[in-house]
Design a protein around this ligand. Structure first.
Ligand code: AMP
Ligand code: ZN
Length: 463
């Protein structure tokens, strides 16, 4: 089956064919690094990881680029409100200057990379700080200026959307609709409500340019870096659904008007949100769930990955702790069943592989791929060694870390019943009741576990 993706640009599922046969170039909108990533952000990157891994599984060479937004992103995506990085500096009591801004960015970028690794997300081939490519932004804005797409107001250089007949193609092409008009904060100097800033003036802090000191707009950063690293036209662009109306619409406008080439990107793919208490999890909320909250509750981050794969990336998902714990229990069960398959790795079952490929190629249908994994594990007609090989093959895409995690589980997950007996034995030893202690040791061993005493307690292992 050919790969099919839902393309926001055409609003339908389409067969995927890259510009260069056998190679895929994709750009993923990265985080704004003024705070830790939250678990909603991490959905965006589990999605791109599955996308990238499934393309590789289908034999493509993939180049994935991600921006790290460390300048220019205002609290409203539509050029109003405070600068998010400045807010971060103020929150941390740091002086406002570019050096501190960069340090803040580097700190949260490292934390972000740790989060990605903990979820078994492969790092993109290139992750670039927007502040290192301001000249590229300026060059792109100059191109737009030369072609008469820009105008100046008291606070910046703006893109004149009326000059682009098909502006807004990503959200249906209807120009200036009422809902948008009321949502976008009024800026009376703008010629059209959708016009957006390419460069924002700032006398106190910023980068020099022929228009005056300031910052590039957030949208131009992604256009400039996309073009620099992937070319004037490339295959896939990803991001959360809230980017459709403004950020990605404006990326298309700037890029296509500057280069004269259409389409800037062939397939636009968007992940839906993670909700908590029916509300989008957002950094701006201040209190939000991060991967460290999972660790605090002793939940394996891979269980969160597994939880995400239970829904399609394009569906909304409600997060709650019970559901996550349920996912962790199911995942541990899978690990145990995998462990019970023995040590020999046989050959991949071709029939299961074909079915898996079909599901994953059908707009990344991970729920069906997981259901197939359960079917496989229960299928008595597939020899154990071949099952093991097939699970490892599926895991190239699912990234549930069967090879390593199941080893950890083998050593760490001790049934509650055994833990209870071990605690009773500890109590008996404390009371110097060695007869009872030995009886309990025997009972534990009959159930398949051995207990070893140490200076700071005991350790239980599966025999
Ligand atoms: P940010 O760091 O806020 O610029 O966001 C980074 C990525 O996370 C973007 O692609 C967002 O669309 C995505 N994102 C933000 N909040 C959520 C959420 N609650 N659920 C899913 N994705 C989100
Ligand atoms: Zn972007």
């Amino acid at each position: 089956m050919a790969i099919q993706f839902y393309n926001t640009l055409t609003r339908k599922k389409e067969e995927f064919t890259p510009i260069t046969p056998g190679e895929v170039k994709m750009y993923s909108c990265g985080p704004t690094v003024y705070n830790y990533a939250h678990i909603g952000n991490l959905r965006a990157y589990v999605f791109t990881d599955i996308l990238r891994k499934s393309l590789k599984y289908n034999g493509y060479k993939v180049t994935q680029i991600m921006n790290i937004t460390d300048i220019g992103h205002l609290s409203s995506d539509a050029d109003s409100g405070d600068d998010k990085m400045t807010k971060g500096l103020i929150r941390e009591g740091k002086e406002l200057n570019l050096k501190n801004m960069r340090e803040l960015a580097e700190f949260y970028t490292e934390k972000f990379k740790d989060d990605l690794k903990s979820l078994n997300i492969e790092l993109p081939d290139g992750m670039y700080f927007a502040s290192d490519y301001v000249q590229e932004d300026i060059d792109l804005i100059k191109k737009l200026e030369d072609k008469n797409f820009t105008y100046k107001t008291s606070d910046g250089i703006y893109f004149d959307t009326a000059k682009m007949p098909d502006y807004g193609i990503l959200w249906g092409g209807k120009r200036i609709h009422d809902e948008k008009e009321t949502r976008i904060e009024k800026n009376i100097e703008k010629k059209n409500p959708e016009d957006f800033a390419l460069w924002k003036f700032n006398d106190q802090l910023g980068f020099p340019s022929s228009w005056g000191m300031g910052f590039p707009g957030w949208h131009i950063e992604c256009s400039a870096m996309g073009i620099k690293f992937l070319g004037e036209q490339f295959d896939i662009h990803t991001g959360g659904i809230e980017h459709i109306d403004v950020h990605h619409t404006n990326e298309i406008a700037q890029s296509e008007c500057a280069t004269g080439k259409k389409p800037f990107v062939r397939y636009w793919m968007h992940n839906e949100w993670i909700l908590f208490g029916n509300k989008k999890i957002a950094k701006a909320d201040g209190t939000f769930l991060k991967s460290s909250d999972l660790k605090e509750k002793n939940i394996n981050p891979i269980a969160y990955r597994f939880f995400l794969l239970m829904a399609n990336y394009g569906s909304k998902m409600n997060f709650n702790w019970e559901a996550l714990e349920g996912a962790e229990t199911a995942l541990n069960r899978l690990y145990r069943l995998y462990n019970d398959l023995g040590n020999t790795i046989g050959s991949v079952d071709k029939d299961y592989q074909e079915r898996f490929k079909n599901f994953i190629s059908d707009d990344l249908d991970t729920p069906k791929a997981l259901a197939l994994l359960w079917d496989l594990i229960k299928d008595e007609n597939v020899p154990k060694a071949d099952k093991k090989a097939t699970i490892l093959d599926f895991d190239k895409v699912l990234g549930l870390n069967f090879e390593h995690q199941s080893e950890i589980i083998k050593n760490e997950i001790i049934p509650k019943e055994i833990q209870k007996l071990a605690e009773e034995r500890k109590e008996a030893r404390k009371n110097k009741d060695y007869k009872k202690s030995d009886e309990l040791r025997n009972e534990i061993s009959k159930l398949g576990y051995e207990i070893k005493d140490s200076s700071d307690g005991y350790k239980i292992n599966k025999i």
